[in-house]
Ligand binder design. Sequence first.
Ligand code: F6P
Length: 328
Amino acid sequence: MSQSVKCIGILTSGGDAPGMNAAIRAVTRTAIYNNIEVKAIYRGFRGLVSGDIVPFQTNCVSNIIQRGGTVLKSARCDEFMNAEGRKKAADNLAKHNIDALVVIGGDGTLTGASVLASENPNLSIVGIPATIDNDLNGTDVTLGYNTALNTIVEAVDKIRDTASSHERLFFIEVMGRNCGALALNSAIAAGAEAAIIPEISIEKDQLHELISQGFRKSKNSSLVLVAESEITGGALKLAERVKKRYPEYDVRVSILGHLQRGGAPSADDRILASRMGYAAIQALLESQRNIMIGVKNEEIVYVPFSKAIKKIKPINPDLVNLLNVLST
Ligand code: F6P
């Protein structure tokens, strides 16, 4: 095992996800354990461009494993999108003697990291997939997804109480960008009647299909989970369509929004974050570069950035079938 890495920078970027703090803790403590210096970069790539960088010690990450959000803050940064901004970022890395970066975030973060790495051949970057969307390829799961799923199910259980009392049809919109994982799996876990997800809506009009099957099936109240996306049209538009066609239905919409991103990480997310943070430093010690840490069938894997980002993550058709069968 060679040790060319002497100082790492760590940042979180894009939408925050529960478990980011647990990952920051694991990266920091594993690095220091291996005599690698750690520098915290605040506000993601924006902080890298502006030089918002401070040394981090082991006590800086005390008492954060259980906290949602990110102590390093997060931001979306337009300046980093152009070469001039990235040059400033590279200059700041050199100024702070940072020879490797651990970036924690989703598709946009890893895409930015990949571009920075290709422009700076001496810089090693390792990514930790953290997004509630679970839309990255090469890993079964991303950090924050499990917690968000539990948060959604808890909310949907509550909506069910009022839906059934008033015999209403609810469209409940959840996050996920263009990925239906949260909608589909929360529909299964909450015993909802249907999930409308982009992966299927691209081929067929799911709402039309539901209506023609007898929308409410045998029930007086129904819950439909809708993945936010231009492809699904979102819960409001779908509800409008139903109201026009079935004015007798008592339709309501609930958009869960950013509450899905908050809260203490689940035990699963804390363990995943700890494993991934540890693995990120191991990967750097093994001279790996420009890879994302993933987990496949419980095993840690290294995934080249190009395989992880900007691709549709396929939905398991068995889960779609399961929901259909169990909601009859
Ligand atoms: O990628 C995470 C995510 O929460 C998506 O599910 C959602 O579409 C987006 O971020 C919202 O971003 P913002 O917080 O910038 O509005």
